[in-house]
Design a protein around this ligand. Structure first.
Ligand SMILES: *[C@@H]1O[C@H](CO)[C@@H](O)[C@H](O)[C@H]1NC(C)=O
Ligand SMILES: *[C@@H]1O[C@H](CO)[C@@H](O)[C@H](O)[C@H]1NC(C)=O
Ligand SMILES: *[C@@H]1O[C@H](CO)[C@@H](O)[C@H](O)[C@H]1NC(C)=O
Length: 293
């Protein structure tokens, strides 16, 4: 009797373990792939007590929604990064409108990569089948600087390629536990082309609008973030780069903003300006024709 019970127990444990392994392997399960966002299956949330100056290299499994947008003007020119962006759906990447003005046939989107130039086994590359630039965007306005790129080859979600959550107005009211900016390092020097992160502090609009900084040019649909010591924030090539903030009660990262104005590398004391994604939530859902919440 005792022996039988033991065997049954062992069976239960083995079957349980198999179920756990299966569940982990199938992450995310196909029918859930639209709802899973802002999660990093391989990494716990990072807590940092010290302020970072500049970026540190990270693996793409830490920021699996990070993409680079590459542009090749003609077949004899090199393919180069023009912007960053973020995956918001298996078929869609969000970026700044200024990053999507080139002919879509000359753009490529690269995801799941630790560096700009070397493909990893996790790297996924797609052509762009459709580019949706906000109709009200103009070259002299910072507002409406938002675009959606539809992928010709939908992303296959795994631990290295996953979407970030898109906030609506309600979600954007919650406290952010921490915010990070990420991008492939475009500054000359060490680690060129490596994916980097930097923790940033959100800066109030009144401070950001001080004459020393942006001199009253920042309107309410923007958010300023940065480090006053400078850091990886600068440099125009990282336009479109995501501002990812963690909201604890959802256990997820949200695309709170993406960069629409960056200081030049020589001006480290101006915080970067990010478009507030939640103010475009309905436009995004309508253009993508999918429900995001
Ligand atoms: C290709 O593009 C580069 C960079 O824009 C340009 O300098 C070059 O003249 C172009 N070549 C051809 C054949 O169009
Ligand atoms: C701020 O803007 C005002 C009005 O456009 C201008 O007169 C002033 O010189 C600017 N200040 C700085 C510090 O750039
Ligand atoms: C939006 O999606 C729905 C359901 O998938 C589809 O029936 C409809 O035709 C789509 N609308 C547009 C404008 O693509």
């Amino acid at each position: 009797m005792h022996r039988r019970l033991k065997i049954i127990l062992i069976h239960v444990v083995v079957v349980g373990l198999m179920l756990i392994i299966l569940a982990a392997k199938n992450y995310p399960t196909p029918h859930e792939k639209y709802r899973i966002c802002g999660d990093r299956p391989l990494r716990p949330v990072r807590h940092r007590s010290t302020r970072m100056v500049g970026g540190v290299n990270v693996g793409v499994d830490v920021w699996p929604w990070q993409v680079s947008i590459l542009y090749q003007p003609n077949s004899s020119a090199p393919l180069r990064q023009i912007c960053g962006g973020a995956i918001v759906h298996e078929k869609w990447v969000m970026t700044a409108a200024a990053c999507a003005l080139e002919d879509k046939g000359k753009l490529l989107v690269r995801a799941g990569s630790n560096s700009l130039d070397v493909d990893d086994v996790s790297t996924q590359i797609s052509e762009v089948s459709r580019s949706v630039v906000h109709k009200k965007f103009g070259p002299y306005s910072m507002r409406y600087n938002i675009a959606l790129l539809e992928m010709k080859t939908p992303f296959v979600f795994d631990s290295y390629v996953l979407p970030i959550c898109v906030p609506n107005e309600n979600i954007a009211q919650y406290n952010f536990e921490s915010c990070y900016i990420t991008g492939y390092n475009a500054q000359p020097g060490d680690d060129v082309g490596m994916l980097q992160e930097a923790k940033v502090w959100l800066i109030t609009r009144s401070l950001c609008n001080k004459p020393l900084f942006w001199n009253y040019t920042v309107s309410p649909d923007f958010i300023c973030a940065g480090e006053f010591d400078g850091g990886i924030n600068g440099c125009e090539t990282n336009l479109g780069g995501p501002l990812s903030c963690y909201i604890k009660i959802f256990h997820s990262y949200f695309l709170i903003g993406f960069r629409v104005k960056a200081t030049s590398c020589e001006l480290p004391h101006q915080p970067n300006i990010y478009i507030k994604v939640h103010t475009y939530f309905f436009w995004i859902e309508k253009e993508m024709n999918v429900s995001l919440i």
